[in-house]
Design a protein around this ligand. Structure first.
Ligand SMILES: [Zn+2]
Length: 271
């Protein structure tokens, strides 16, 4: 089994949310619940205010550097459309896309449209135009989907999708590869609440169970979704969890690979 780690860019700044959505009040409520329930330290709480005033809610550069040092190829999903608490502009996204391109990351769409073929095609074409890329994949923001989403994504022309959460090997829908993923940072650390509900040790135990389950299902690829936003000392449990996870996979002799290289492997095995 190899691991495919990818990152969804959900936020860039605090200001992009001002008067547009409910992310800022939710952020405030969450940090107070987490402080009062003892899940975060006073230092983390203070750093969250500091991020807020610095207007910095992304950690793209820091995360790419950590990945590079650890031999993890960096794969990002970046949005070119707004919706469901995602509100950065194309101009803001482009600054980071250029940085990701210069640092040789794999870049794909963080999709907003999930059930309208015309709007999905607009999103695809806008990403193609902005990035100058030809073949690329997608993961839906909040993994939104209906029973027809996957077929529509394949018809739109995506090379791959990684929206489905399942213990299944990659499979083809038309010409598109579907890469189901198994581990998402928020599902582990929040454990189905709206705030951090597990500590690091509990998160590690649950993660190991999921990796074991992936082995039991004889998965070729273990899909992991980690948001760059949490690669920060203001989210210390998340940061520590990610660094532990990369180290754990290395100790287990699990290699890291990105989506495009995995597709090459899959297609050469088929040929
Ligand atoms: Zn997202």
């Amino acid at each position: 089994m190899k691991a495919i780690i990818s990152h969804d860019l959900d936020h860039i700044t605090v200001w992009e949310h001002l008067f547009r959505d409910t992310i800022i009040p939710k952020y405030m409520a969450r940090m107070h619940v987490e402080l009062l329930s003892g899940k975060i330290s006073l230092r983390e709480y203070t750093l969250r205010w500091s991020d807020f005033f610095k207007n910095k809610w992304q950690n793209v550069d820091e995360l790419i550097t950590f990945n590079n040092i650890n031999g993890v190829p960096t794969s990002f999903f970046v949005a070119v459309n707004k919706g469901v608490g995602l509100n950065y502009s194309n101009e803001a996204a482009m600054l980071w896309i250029e940085q990701m391109q210069s640092r040789r990351c794999e870049i794909a769409v963080h999709g907003i449209e999930f059930d309208n073929a015309g709007l999905m095609l607009n999103e695809y074409q806008l990403f193609e135009k902005l990035t100058g890329q030809q073949n690329f994949g997608i993961r839906m923001h909040y993994v939104r989907n209906t029973e027809k989403t996957y077929q529509l994504l394949a018809e739109t022309g995506y090379t791959y999708d990684s929206t489905e959460h399942a213990y299944k090997n990659p499979y083809k829908i038309g010409e598109m590869w579907e890469f189901p993923f198994q581990i998402m940072d928020g599902w582990i650390i929040e454990n189905y609440k709206s705030w951090q509900s597990l500590n690091l040790e509990q998160a590690k135990i649950n993660t190991i169970k999921l990796i074991d389950k992936a082995h039991e299902h004889q998965l070729q690829y273990l899909g992991i979704d980690f948001h760059d936003r949490y690669f920060s000392h203001s989210f210390k449990t998340w940061l520590d969890w990610y660094m532990w996870l990369v180290d754990y996979l290395k100790c287990q002799k699990i290699e890291f690979i990105n989506f495009n290289s995995a597709i090459k492997e899959l297609e050469s095995a088929q040929a």
